[in-house]
Design a binder for this molecule. Sequence first.
Ligand SMILES: [Zn+2]
Length: 274
Amino acid sequence: MWRDLHGFQVYLETPGSGLWLDKIESVTLDPGGGKPWLEASSEHFWIRYRAADQSTLADVFKSAEAHYDQITGLLGYHPHGRVPITLVSTHAELEQRIGGRRPSWVYGAALPDALVMLTPLRYSPTFDGHRYADVFKLVPHELTHLILAQIVGYPGFREMPQWLNEGLAVYLAGQSGGEHAIIDAARAGKLPSLQELDKALTGQAPVGNSYDVAGSLTGYLIERYGADKIPPLLKGLANGSDFDAALRQAVGIDGATLEQQWQELLASKNDTQY
Ligand SMILES: [Zn+2]
């Protein structure tokens, strides 16, 4: 079915995705002039994609719109205008757009004002460790990074620990997991320090389960002290405070205390609490 919306022709029939196609406000099916990129938009997103990826469009919009309110709500910030998403065709093209070589498991990235992601049609358990459904985690994860960068700005981003940046992305994308291994490490006194965690998350040490650990610590911060502490914490970083000062101002504790409380809670969990 073709429908005219805001002057654009929108095709509202893709098997299995009917609900979310209502989220798509506009689709340009023929860009003209031999251009390879097609465009589509929803309330909060604007997607550039190639014709070969048309079938994924509804799922990309779904993954983006479904988490938008939760992410902007918890972080206390709405991006101005629609967030652009570019859907690239290969890992090499992804590297080209975000700059530099990346491990094969990297399948998306947040630039300061746009998201770049590999088309879900290329996700492969064999080649990059992903499967199609991972698109529903990737978009909210990268959207969280984009919004965090916009909130804290360039100077604030240097003060924000990487465990918090990745931890919020993991937490808000519903990627938290691996609790058994984290609890075992806590009991054995083998959890990484926050400095070691940041090294692994910035590629200076093997990544291991660092994303799980960052998600666990961030989840602890939110669940123990309240989600309403996150916007003032980020605002503190945006205003030039270092992390400990911002955390003390927003939550009333410093990073070392947070780390210790979290480790003690993990170490005290028994098997039935897994
Ligand atoms: Zn990330």
